[in-house]
Design a protein around this ligand. Structure first.
Ligand SMILES: NC(=O)c1ccc[n+]([C@@H]2O[C@H](COP(=O)([O-])OP(=O)(O)OC[C@H]3O[C@@H](n4cnc5c(N)ncnc54)[C@H](O)[C@@H]3O)[C@@H](O)[C@H]2O)c1
Ligand SMILES: [Zn+2]
Ligand SMILES: [Zn+2]
Length: 343
């Protein structure tokens, strides 16, 4: 089969690999669509703490069940999205049923071969059946949508709240969409890329151009000098880690979604004076993932506006290059079995 393989730092190539052989309790998924995300970029740059070359990347994907082994409610030909988290089921978090924060959490596409390939072996309990009306391209977004669902659910966001999102990447934009659905009155979103800010505006958010404007002043202006009820930090750098404190209202909440490449300094004294709460968020639960699928199927997520490129696996290196130009790309999807097989 064709597979997009991370072979060494900044090198991803298409190779011929053996089709995976499934074990009891696994399904062989023929991949329809698979998205590149920031974590894949970390792997590509050799900066991911766990991923080791050679690796078939891809943890955001949809497909069709081609083979299956063991007792299951799934059937051959079922269209599915894959929840890529693998938990140990024995650690302290797993014992409490909090599988998404497993001490030894592993992901398909990071710790083992993933979706940038024609076929992937997936444990049956990681499969979610797709509703008929959900396209497989949109279903490949279930994973990032689940991140946004989990994030907003973990926040204290309430009907009528004013939210600030720092960073209009795919995750920031999806958090905006879910926050609106959860009742946010106003969603302000900053970025340094005019392309991403244009998307934000199209989606009904108030864009703040961090290249041209003082984000903190702008949020003050937009909130009658109060600040945001909830600030979502989704850009992941020192500048936004400072702004998250400064844009929060007194007794507001900061939700850290970013995975920082370098731990930022955070002004805890300022947080204390404003009695700000800090919430962090990681991945999603199975229920969040199912909610993401339901929301995508209902058409309430502007999925098409997030998909900037669809590429064959032959263009794996180009896909990673598009992702390095945030001014031109959002979600890049691979179609390992070709678009004619799109379902
Ligand atoms: N919590 C989780 O489980 C989870 C899951 C997925 C992704 N993440 C993290 O969420 C973050 C966002 O993910 P993404 O895929 O949208 O990444 P992304 O890189 O596409 O988005 C980040 C955005 O921040 C913008 N940005 C950079 N500097 C800025 C600044 N000073 N002000 C405003 N915006 C700025 C960039 O232009 C970009 O659009 C990443 O840190 C990622 O690792 C966390
Ligand atoms: Zn991801
Ligand atoms: Zn565990």
């Amino acid at each position: 089969m064709k597979a997009g393989v991370y072979v060494s730092e900044t090198k991803a190539v298409m190779q011929q690999k053996a089709k995976p052989v499934i074990k009891e309790g696994e399904a062989l998924v023929k991949v329809s669509h698979a998205g590149i995300c920031g974590t894949d970029m970390m792997i590509y740059f050799g900066k991911h703490p766990r991923a080791q070359a050679p690796l078939i990347m891809g943890h955001e994907f949809s497909g069709v069940i081609e083979e299956i082994r063991g007792e299951t409610e799934f059937s051959l030909g079922d269209r599915v999205a894959v929840e890529p988290t693998l938990s140990c089921r024995t650690c302290e978090a797993c014992v409490r049923g909090q599988f998404h924060v497993c001490k030894k959490l592993r992901l398909i596409g990071i710790d083992q071969d993933g979706g940038f390939a024609q076929y992937v072996a997936v444990p049956v309990n990681r499969l979610h059946l797709l509703p008929e009306k959900l396209s497989s391209a949109h279903a490949a977004l279930a994973e990032p949508v689940a991140v946004a669902v989990h994030t907003v659910r973990r926040s204290r966001l309430k009907v009528g709240d004013q939210a600030v999102i720092l960073g209009a990447g795919p995750i920031g934009l999806l958090i905006g969409m879910i926050a609106k659905r959860a009742g946010a009155k106003k969603v302000m979103i900053s970025d340094i890329s005019s392309y991403r800010l244009t998307k934000a505006k199209e989606l009904g958010f108030i864009p703040i151009d961090a290249m041209k404007k003082d984000v903190v002043k702008e949020v003050r202006l937009l909130t009658n000098d109060v600040g945001a009820d909830v600030v979502f930090e989704v850009a992941g750098n020192q500048i936004t880690a400072k702004q998250m404190v400064e844009t929060s209202r007194i007794q507001g909440e900061i939700v850290v979604v970013s995975v920082y490449k370098k731990a930022p300094e955070v002004d805890l004294a300022a947080m204390h004076f404003k009695e700000i709460s800090l919430t962090t968020t990681r991945c999603y639960t199975k229920e969040d993932f199912q909610t993401a699928i339901d929301l995508l199927a209902s058409g309430e997520i502007a999925a098409d506006s997030l998909i900037s490129h669809k590429l064959p696996l032959e263009d794996i290196q180009a896909g990673f290059e598009f992702m390095q130009r945030p001014g031109e790309s959002l979600k890049v999807l691979f179609v390992p079995n070709g678009e004619e097989n799109e379902q």
